[in-house]
Design a protein. Structure first.
Length: 712
């Protein structure tokens, strides 16, 4: 504790305060949580961790086990074939309702998105599910203000400029937040452009583009013409995401995968189909009567003499009657799968509104994988299957074949159609999609950065500037407290489930104490009410936050008590992302409001931009870094260390980061006959040996605004 200049007592608890306290000393925590009183070190149990820093030196990522589901083999029979399937699905543009949007469309550049045109969204979305709670009206007002500000500044289809960044600009970026006047503030977000607004009508088998119905009054338009919509948050990287407990900025892609959607164990109604073969007398007799109604007149005879059953039943059914049954599943360590299925059903990102996942399966099963894209013959995964004459995979390779080779027969081989006419393979396509992409993305591990070499003993791997920056990162900057472990991330599985299980913690915030989700922090980039982050509540499944779920009595798998009425700090909190390859994944923060790493370090140097406004839920480590204030050399050193987290294989798209060709929509170049014509970036196919050096976002949106990514 320390006494502030105004006489108030300030609590400086460690960032990671002892989840054991939540179990063994619940009464102490409950009293403190309800009172908001500062928890002093004299009040901590003897086994409490009291060190201010969670970690003091780098750890090599190669020392961290890759977490995969314990029951994966119940579904996958050939992991390599599943990786082949997953990479093809991830990069295949035919997935989108427009016939040209893949997962990779938003994750094509070091696993992230650096497009520069038509990537602005008004912002102040309220949360993933829109405005909610007691201040919903206030959130709606903020959204209306954001839309007005956005339209006044040029509306959709803008080209990003350096002079727009940072979105919150102060007069002295390197100084303290005290008396630091605001020059400019924008609620806007740099997101990822998806598809134009439309309602799903139907697919045409064998054709990638689906039939949709555009609205009479599109919500996102230019000159009255629908343009590609943009997501409400910046796109995180897929690289190293396998190590994280939950995904998306708000953690809605759950740790457990239910085979259907992103919400895991929160959705008890999620079911997939399993093939069953019933060989009992009653099942066979029931089938006989259903298939051949005339056999009903012999039912009493067959029941009296069961041996007659096979005389009536065709021989192909003597060994059993095949059918499917709905089952609930959960796979742990599967946030990648939970995340992968989300965008497919998003009416902003890739699918017309109301498109069933089974229709995606039916369409893709009818198409040759990657038929619109070149596949490099030396692709580290797809090369052996590449067609050397035309685009896509070879003539004999189909999604049907890959699924049947990768997954156990129980999940795809039933011949009985569903009530709405889908095959079992089509009906379970979300399962195959999620698990195969999970296994592909689990190979995208960048563990050969200079910081890894340093951690493994090569002390010359870091430059002098990077070493000075490392001292700041692990010391005065307290960066490691949120971006911890070898992952340099919050909410890593190794942290919240293995080494020191703490899905929910009790800690000091800037004002008092509160329960919060481990790895999720409100750092004051934007006002809390503009975007609730993990503090949002799904209208059917309830809170996204573990702390709020536990407070409601939900079992989160750890013995943690969050009593009713206890204070939580989850509103406006976002997952601390991995800093690995951060040099290549700008723009930064959940709103994409910072163009350079220097702007990011300046933000932490002066302290939260909305410190007072977010005070009750604000993280304790974002009150400024005095050692870096008015110290540009120190800021540059910390940036140098962050750049040492870059794996050169990522910079050059070398295996496992090689990829097929991709044509990426990048805004609209013209409007003809009521249709917005896409401008595009062509990303060439790259083999295992890699390709050209990829630029940073700072280079793509330079200060002079003259150098631009070439469109063709």
């Amino acid at each position: 504790m320390k006494l502030e200049s105004n006489g108030a007592l300030s609590c400086r608890m460690p960032k990671h305060p002892i989840p054991a306290l939540l179990r063994s000393s619940g009464a102490v925590v409950i009293a403190l949580a309800l009172s908001g009183r500062c928890l002093g070190q004299s009040e901590l149990p003897a086994n409490t961790e009291t060190a201010e820093l969670a970690q003091t030196e780098p750890i090599a990522l190669s020392t961290v086990p890759v977490p995969l589901p314990d029951n994966l083999d119940r579904f996958v029979k050939d992991r390599h074939k599943a990786v082949v399937l997953g990479k093809a699905l991830f990069w295949d543009m035919q997935m989108g309702s427009d016939g040209r949007t893949a997962c990779a469309t938003c994750h094509w550049h070091a696993g992230a998105d650096v497009r520069t045109r038509n990537t602005l969204e008004p912002g102040a979305i309220g949360g993933t599910f829109g405005p909610e709670g007691d201040d919903a009206d206030g959130q709606r007002r903020l959204r209306n203000e954001a839309v007005q500000q956005f339209n006044a500044a040029g509306g959709p289809n803008q080209e990003l400029r350096a002079d727009q960044f940072p979105f919150h600009q102060v007069s002295d970026p390197d100084g303290s937040r005290q008396n630091n006047s605001v020059i400019r503030d924008s609620k806007a977000v740099v997101g990822s452009q998806g598809i134009p607004e439309a309602d799903f009508v139907r697919i045409h088998e064998g054709i990638a583009r689906e039939i949709g119905r555009s609205p009479d009054n599109p919500s996102v338009h230019q000159h009255g013409v629908p343009v590609r919509q943009v997501t409400g948050r910046n796109t995180p990287t897929t690289i190293n995401a396998v190590f994280l407990d939950r995904l998306f900025w708000d953690g809605r892609a759950r740790h457990h995968f239910n085979g259907v959607n992103s919400f895991g164990d929160l959705d008890s109604k999620a079911k997939i189909l399993k093939k069953v073969v019933r060989n009992d007398f009653e099942s066979k007799l029931k089938f006989l009567i259903q298939r051949y109604p005339g056999a009903r007149r012999y039912e009493r005879l067959i029941r009296r003499t069961p041996s007659l059953l096979h005389s009536f039943l065709p021989s192909q059914y003597h060994n059993g009657i095949e059918s499917t049954e709905e089952v609930s599943i959960l796979l742990n360590n599967a946030a990648l799968a939970s995340q992968a299925v989300g965008p497919v059903g998003s009416s902003v990102e890739s699918g017309f509104t109301g498109r069933p996942f089974a229709e995606v399966g039916r369409k893709l099963i009818s198409l040759r994988p990657l038929a619109q894209q070149k596949v490099h013959p030396n692709d580290s995964v797809l090369g052996p299957y590449a067609n050397r004459e035309v685009n896509g995979l070879d003539w004999g390779i189909s999604y049907n074949k890959l699924i049947s080779e990768a997954f156990h027969d129980d999940w795809w081989s039933a011949k009985t159609p569903t009530a709405d006419g889908f095959t079992q393979m089509e009906a379970n396509f979300s399962l195959f999609w999620g698990l195969s992409i999970m296994l592909y993305e689990a190979t995208l591990i960048s563990d050969q950065a200079p910081v890894d070499e340093f951690a493994l003993g090569n002390k010359d791997a870091l430059s002098p500037a990077a070493k000075r920056g490392m001292e700041i990162f692990f010391g005065a900057g307290r960066c490691i407290n949120c971006h911890g472990g070898a992952e340099y991330a919050g909410a890593a599985i190794s942290e919240v489930r293995r080494n020191r299980p703490n899905l929910v913690e009790f800690m000091a915030v800037q004002q008092g104490n509160a329960f919060y989700d481990g790895g999720f922090y409100n750092i004051g980039v934007r006002p809390t009410e503009e975007d609730l982050g993990v503090g949002a509540t799904h209208p059917e499944f309830g809170p996204l936050s573990y702390a709020a779920q536990r407070q409601n009595g939900h079992n989160i798998g750890q013995d943690i008590s969050v009593p009713p009425g206890a204070r939580t700090a989850v509103r406006g909190a976002f997952k601390a992302p991995s800093l690995r390859n951060i040099e290549l994944t700008g723009p930064y923060m959940h709103n994409g409001g910072m163009r350079t790493l220097t702007e990011v370090v300046q933000f932490y140097t002066r302290g939260a931009d909305f410190f007072n406004r977010n005070l009750r839920v604000l993280d304790p480590d974002v009150d400024g870094i005095e050692e870096l204030q008015n110290n540009p050399e120190g800021i540059a050193d910390l940036v140098a260390f962050l750049e040492a987290l870059t794996d050169e294989r990522v910079r050059y798209n070398r295996a496992p980061f090689d990829h097929p060709e991709l044509r990426i929509p990048n805004g609209h170049s013209s409007f003809q006959f009521g249709v917005a014509q896409d401008d595009e970036i062509r990303l060439p196919a790259v083999g295992a040996e890699g390709g050209a050096k990829i630029p940073t976002f700072e280079q793509l949106v330079p200060d002079d605004t003259e150098s631009r990514l070439t469109h063709r």
